[in-house]
Design a protein around this ligand. Structure first.
Ligand SMILES: Nc1ncnc2c1ncn2[C@@H]1O[C@H](COP(=O)(O)OP(=O)(O)OP(=O)(O)O)[C@@H](O)[C@H]1O
Length: 405
């Protein structure tokens, strides 16, 4: 993994009396005390975070917690008082806080793009011309610009609209054009500051989907500010929670939901539906913990109705229910329900919990075998699912190992 952006102990203090305010910060003064005595506003303090290439990293927190402040440090729209902000530039890292103006300009043109808030389009320009704006600003020659724009519009299925004026499009479509424009630059790092926050919920959800589709194809590094946890959980590979200018937790969506670091994070996740973040892996019983059912066999369920013979080499997997061989088949929705005499389903370890529950419903609540690359890694029964939904961590729900952040 390569780090695209790294914040190292970043303090950002707004105001003139930097030395005095930073000294107060060091001696443990609060944000309010610093403001009262020096008139300076603490933007963020001691922020350390690594963002890996190709991931979406979301900064989350209440209003005023310092999300935008940190984001804007990446292209020096905010001046860092102390600490480093390292941005990958080819095979080296540039410290944005101390680099010269020429380097900064190059980074802003070619490496880090700030996405226009709410994607405002210019109504007197065509879709094609709107999408081309960032390339125009970067001085990309016209022919190359046209080619890149056409490619981008194809990616979001808007190519047939290329010649239309922005105000001839529906609101939702305009937002999609805006998203296409955000992705058109060659810059591998995108800074997005609450781009969807002013949109109605339906358009917002669609744009999040669109963003994920584009990201799947283009693999940018995206630092995304949001105050909406559902949004963060949906799009983020990692989520960083900020409180009063400080990072209180960084983790995968499941880590944030299952292991909130403090009461502030717990409040955020209190109303999150675990089904929107958990996967088969989180709830399954590990194959090593399944009860032995004879030589090379394990019980998939606690009631001991269904047993599976772990494959040795290329022999394949054998399954028996109530002592009779049954087929083991990958679950593929939709399935018609049956009375329990049908096959035992397998699902991939990455399957969302909701889909796993559907598989379970279609196997008459029988156990499901969980596969990782063709290998059985665990089993899920109804109790595992109920435990995950009702008790979360207390029921033994598995959380992936912490990341170094
Ligand atoms: N240029 C600035 N000058 C002075 N204070 C600032 C400046 N920019 C931000 N601040 C202050 O820094 C603190 C953090 O603001 P920031 O905008 O980063 O919060 P945020 O978490 O992004 O909140 P929001 O969701 O409301 O945008 C706030 O108290 C804000 O008033």
């Amino acid at each position: 993994m390569t780090t695209a952006v790294e914040f190292r102990n970043v303090d950002i203090m707004f105001g003139a009396r930097q030395d005095q305010a930073l000294a107060m910060l060091d001696s443990g003064a609060s944000r309010d005390q610093i403001l009262q005595e020096t008139g300076n506003v603490l933007g963020c303090a001691g922020a350390s975070l690594s963002v890996q290439e190709g991931e979406i990293s979301v900064l989350m927190g209440l209003s005023g917690s310092g999300k935008s402040t940190l984001l804007r440090a990446v292209n020096r729209l905010n001046i860092v008082s102390r600490g480093e902000v390292l941005v990958r530039d080819g095979d080296r890292q540039v410290d944005i806080t101390s680099c010269d103006e020429v380097t900064l300009r190059r980074i802003r043109q070619h490496r880090v793009a700030m996405v226009f808030q709410q994607f405002g389009l210019l109504p007197w320009r065509t879709v094609e011309q709107n999408v081309g704006i960032p390339l125009e600003l970067a001085g990309v020659p016209e022919e190359q610009r046209r080619r890149r724009v056409a490619e981008q519009l194809r990616l979001v299925n808007l190519d047939q609209w290329a010649g239309k004026y922005a105000n001839e499009l529906s609101g939702g479509m305009q937002q999609r054009v805006g998203l296409a424009r955000a992705f058109v630059t060659e810059a591998p790092i995108l800074l997005m500051d609450e781009p969807f926050s002013a949109l109605d919920p339906l358009i917002r959800t669609k744009l999040q989907d669109e963003l994920l589709i584009l990201q799947e194809k283009l693999r940018k590094t995206i630092l995304f500010v949001s105050h909406d946890l559902e949004e963060a959980l949906k799009i983020g590979n990692h989520i960083t929670i900020m409180e009063s200018g400080r990072i209180v937790q960084t983790g995968t969506p499941e880590e944030i939901v299952l292991k909130p670091a403090n009461a502030y994070v717990r409040d955020f996740v209190a109303n999150v539906n675990p089904m929107s973040v958990l996967t088969a892996w989180n709830v399954m019983r590990d194959v090593r913990d399944l009860a032995a059912a004879g030589e090379g066999w394990v019980w998939l369920d606690r009631r001991r109705t269904t047993r599976l013979k772990l494959a040795s080499g290329a022999a394949g997997l054998e399954v028996e229910r109530d002592g009779k061989p049954v087929a083991l088949v990958p679950y593929a929705a939709p399935q018609s329900g049956h009375d329990g005499g049908g096959p035992v389903f397998t699902i991939p370890v990455t399957m969302p919990l909701k889909a796993a529950m559907e598989a379970m419903q279609h196997s008459a609540a029988g156990p499901i075998a969980v596969l990782d690359g063709g290998r059985v890694v665990g089993a899920i029964g109804v109790r595992d699912v109920l435990g995950a939904i009702l008790g979360r961590e207390a029921s033994g729900v598995r959380v992936s190992p912490s990341t170094p952040n």
